[in-house]
Design a protein around this ligand. Sequence first.
Ligand SMILES: [Zn+2]
Length: 53
Amino acid sequence: MVKFPEGQARKYRNVFICKKCSTKIRAQSMKITQGKVKCRRCHGKKFRSVRKK
Ligand SMILES: [Zn+2]
């Protein structure tokens, strides 16, 4: 496992990408898992983290 520097981890932790239209959304991960965040473009509720391929 590669350990990321703290600053970089913080930079990407709260950023998610819409699975439908791949718009970047900055939100708290808790709100993402609770489904409280909507994509501003397609209003989708499914997101993935940035780091994931
Ligand atoms: Zn979207």
